[in-house]
Design a protein around this ligand. Structure first.
Ligand code: 8DG
Length: 329
């Protein structure tokens, strides 16, 4: 058994099913040094095999509580891993991410918790396939992996990833808008994006997804270095008190993950519930390029400023243009 193409994955049935759960919070990810079981000594996420009658989600939550003592919040599934071992054992693993948790992570007999910066994930100490799919999950892309392992040596692997930007790129093409996209590791903050900066000339965008008390929502895109005073902004937009939207609201209305907010995500807001405001210096119609993520934060797309406006208007989001140079907000 040398190649994943030798296996009929449509009829493949796992010997056992397991679940993994990655808690992601404040630019960090909760990993563990696994003390026992399959993969002892490696760095992984909390997880393990399903108990009888359990769903993968229930197992992911239980194992996370048992192994590091935290209750995960805002959990969703991102992918499936199929491991065919050369000794005949077959393991299906469901991969979950949580975007918050309750309780401090503690060491147990099973695991040592390691809160790790997202930009410093120690792939060299993890299972060999993790570097292939963990960045996809962090970038908000679903994945499905099939593999053959001999012990912990990866013999062969194949990965499929869904791209939430497909619809966006098709739509831009229909509008006749030319864009250029460069791939890079996922970035979650303006600082991380700056450190990775490649060839782009253009203005980078910082995006705020905000709501007021009545639930009216604004997507505000400004030049990346602007310091935005939310109170002043709320007054200028006639919105009252503004605060940041939850990750759930972000996914529902803009179809992106935290860290991947972009003006291009209004393509997802088909019922026009989100209003758009944009920094006048980004769209002065001076022929310059605006740089933003195309739904996932592992790529940067450059689009001409007048094309960005054309895109926004065509999706039903006539932007409010705000001049930030004459105001502290
Ligand atoms: N990240 C990652 N995890 C893997 C890979 N292969 C693999 O078996 N695992 C995970 C899936 C399971 O959560 C765990 C299997 O270990 P295990 O069955 O001994 O589970 P465990 O000791 O943690 O818990 P339990 O089932 O005994 O309750 O290891 C891999 O390639 N990458």
């Amino acid at each position: 058994m040398e190649s994943v193409s030798d296996i009929d994955w449509s009829t493949w049935t796992p010997t056992e099913v397991s679940a993994l759960l990655f808690v992601i919070r404040g630019g960090q990810i909760l990993l563990i040094r696994k003390k026992r079981g399959l993969g002892a000594g490696k760095i992984n996420a909390p997880g393990g095999r399903l108990d009888p009658g359990e769903t993968p989600l229930q197992a992911a939550l239980r194992e996370t509580k048992e192994e590091v003592g935290v209750a995960a919040l805002g959990v969703r599934e991102w992918g499936e891993l199929r491991f065919q071992f050369t000794d005949g054992y077959k393991l299906l693993c469901h991969v979950f991410a949580a975007y918050g948790c309750e309780g401090d992570a503690i060491e147990t007999d099973e695991a040592l918790p390691l809160w790790t910066p997202l930009h410093a994930i120690p792939y060299d100490e993890m299972w060999a396939d993790d570097r292939l799919w963990l960045p996809l999950m962090l970038a908000g892309r679903r994945f499905s992996l099939v593999s053959i392992f001999d012990g912990d040596r990866m013999v062969d692997v194949k990965i499929d990833a869904h791209d939430p930007a497909d619809v966006l790129f098709r739509y831009l093409k229909e509008l006749g808008i030319e864009t250029e996209t460069v791939a890079h590791p996922p970035v979650f903050t303006v600082e991380a994006a700056k450190a990775l900066r490649v060839n782009h000339d253009g203005l980078h965008v910082k995006n705020l997804f905000l709501r007021n008390k009545k639930g009216a929502m604004w997507l505000v895109s400004v030049q990346e270095d602007r310091v935005v005073d939310l109170r002043g902004l709320g007054e200028r937009l006639g919105a009252g008190n503004l605060s940041f939207c939850s990750a759930d609201r972000l996914r529902k209305h803009l179809g992106v993950q935290p860290g991947s907010v972009t003006p291009l995500a209004v393509i997802h807001d088909r019922d026009h519930q989100v209003k758009v405001a944009i920094d006048a210096s980004l769209v002065g119609n001076r022929g310059h390029k605006v740089l933003c993520h195309p739904m996932t934060n592992d790529r940067t797309t450059s689009i001409r400023d007048e094309d960005l406006i054309r895109f926004l208007v065509s999706t039903g989001h006539q932007p409010v243009v705000l001049n930030f140079d004459q105001s502290s907000s």
